[in-house]
Design a protein around this ligand. Structure first.
Ligand SMILES: [Zn+2]
Length: 160
């Protein structure tokens, strides 16, 4: 195992996020199986929330499918592994309110919880099955006007 993955493993053990993952796996009657790079996979997670096909808490990746099927989905697995690293970088469960705030900002901007969510963008939108949605039309118009305004003023000043 690479040193960085070992650091992630220890960080998420110490910060409690992997323990939270193990408890959520138990609540969802998921069976824990060994993954790659110090990760655990909670396969056949059964609770209806969250509705995502996979999600991560600490070093535990929860999925509704079998471990081997998830291991075959390399892009999704890599996406969830990046979330495990984010838990280590955010000192564990502190990431949850940050993540939900980012999801809320993304929803306000685009109508989608992932598109402008910094955690999902950093984990790879396409790898996680997210679309890169544009700003809501009213916000896009406002941003376009705000972007033009200084240039217009500058041009006018320069002509004067
Ligand atoms: Zn994600």
């Amino acid at each position: 195992m690479r040193a960085a993955y070992r650091v992630r493993l220890v960080a998420n053990l110490v910060n409690g996020s992997t323990l939270a993952g193990v408890l959520v796996a138990a609540a969802g009657r998921a069976r824990l199986a060994r993954g790659q790079d110090g990760l655990l996979i909670g396969e056949r997670y059964r609770l209806p929330v969250p509705p995502a096909p996979a999600f991560t808490l600490g070093n535990v990746i929860m999925t509704r499918i079998e471990r081997d099927a998830l291991l075959g989905q390399e892009a999704l697995l890599a996406h969830e592994a990046r979330h495990a690293t984010q838990f280590a970088c955010c000192a564990g469960l502190v990431m949850l309110p940050l993540y939900f705030s980012a999801a809320g900002v993304s929803w306000v901007l685009t109508g989608d919880f992932g598109s402008r969510n910094v955690f999902e963008r950093r984990a790879g939108l396409a790898d996680g099955g997210y679309a890169d949605r544009p700003l809501r039309p009213a916000l896009a118009r406002w941003a376009a006007r705000a972007g033009q305004a200084p240039a217009t003023r500058w041009r006018r000043r320069r002509q004067a």
